[in-house]
Ligand binder design. Sequence first.
Ligand SMILES: Cc1cc2nc3c(=O)[nH]c(=O)nc-3n(C[C@H](O)[C@H](O)[C@H](O)COP(=O)(O)OP(=O)(O)OC[C@H]3O[C@@H](n4cnc5c(N)ncnc54)[C@H](O)[C@@H]3O)c2cc1C
Length: 487
Amino acid sequence: MSNTAAPKTGAEHIDALRDGRTIILDGALVTEHVDHPAFANAVRTGAALYDFAANPANEEKMTFASPTSGRRVSRAWQLPRNYQELVQRREALDEISKSTFGWVGRTPDHVASALSAMMMSIDFFERHGPKRAAAVRDYFTWARDNDIWCGYAIVPSQIDRLPPRVPGEPADATIVDEDSEGITIKGSRQLSTGLPMAQELLIAAVRPLKPGQENVSFTAMVPLSAKGLKLISRRSYEAHSVSPFDSPLSSQYDENDSVVYFDEVKIPWERVFIHNDVEAARAQWFDTPLMAYQNYPAQIRLSNKLAFMVGLAHRMSIANGSLQMPGTQEALGQMAADANQVRAMVLAMEVSGVQYGEYFIPDSSLQYSAQVLSQQLYPKFITRFRELAGGSVLARPSSHLDLTSAASADFIERTQGSGIQSAVDRVKLFNLAWDAIGSEFASRHTQYEMFYAGPTFSSRMRNFGSFDWEAVGSQVDAFLARVPGPG
Ligand SMILES: Cc1cc2nc3c(=O)[nH]c(=O)nc-3n(C[C@H](O)[C@H](O)[C@H](O)COP(=O)(O)OP(=O)(O)OC[C@H]3O[C@@H](n4cnc5c(N)ncnc54)[C@H](O)[C@@H]3O)c2cc1C
């Protein structure tokens, strides 16, 4: 007899992904993406997160009993009521990001955090309308109790700024019809990450909207198998990776990004959280903890990724015989400081956390500041890593075949082997380094870290909006009050 309280497993998750969704890739409509060479490994990387949590050795750390179903579900859904519970939840989120060494950005905790922030702000949705609040409550309960993996698409395509290709045809996801059953949307969203691993999509508008734009001011959930929904995938790095040896990150952590096209997708009212209200569409992000709380796991993940990268840079410097050089140590010292800064901000957000009704949430202002700093930090960190690497990341054999073929193996051993490392170990290390800093996968990661939470200027503006200017300004006033006047 199956244990109904046991957490969701990877096999259950993979079954749930066999939902007949449509992904457009390389000129074809992919309908069985779970076993497709472009997505299969990433799907299994995602499924492994559920297996990790379901392992009895990890179950207590990673899951808690749903208050409605009693089933063990991810702690990502747990609404913390005090500092200890916030830390307990973060320790589970740490394990999720460490499972992929921080290389998967949109693990299920990201949008679970967005939905959790909505649930913690249910009063806000009640003010918007009791039916919409009921939709939030019911959806949250269902998603939590089934440990649903959700992605999100909250930014319109950049072509939305331009005149439409066909007059009257919306570029942004727009409500084109509504009836007693729900809304119908048409148009697209720019990029959504992780959808081959996800089951559901949150659609909302994060850009500022004006009166007159009510038809794009909605927040709703849609299954990725919804009729009319198309995921237009970017190039798959997984499909183009040569082997796990040659492309150790791309081959297993290519979480995918896709343009989402809604071809008259019907969404029932029970899945609509905000409707026809430009002010509520804005306020949900910034007058509640939603924006900060959903990006807090991303800082946890980045702290673990940077720790991994610092370790990799250190190992690489040993392999290059450069660790004893003062310049190398100085560069590593800076990189370690960068990694510690991100980690320190996570811990500071928690220590400075605040009570929000019955819940305890991280400090939003520190989260916004962390976002500003980390968006700028990452590309500089990568540049420093590349400076340390020199040519070794490109002085690698063409593929793993060179290491095993009788025609080439001896030459590779002579040119790659050193007194401290075999050729195989050295090439393995530098394959990893290149996949982390220079491959197409790595380059996409830099763009991701710079933009996943919006462009830097908007992060700075959020930080401007949340910072306590009176607290700092009043100190200046106090100082000036002590300065004697000109007479
Ligand atoms: C790899 C990747 C994955 C992503 N995943 C997701 C996802 O899963 N879900 C999701 O919703 N979003 C996701 N995003 C984020 C989203 O798609 C946007 O890229 C992001 O919000 C930035 O918006 P934009 O691309 O329209 O850039 P823009 O807003 O066009 O900004 C680009 C640049 O234009 C300039 N600029 C534009 N407007 C101004 C202004 N007003 N003032 C000053 N300068 C300006 C700045 O130089 C800015 O850096 C992802 C992005 C990337 C790169």
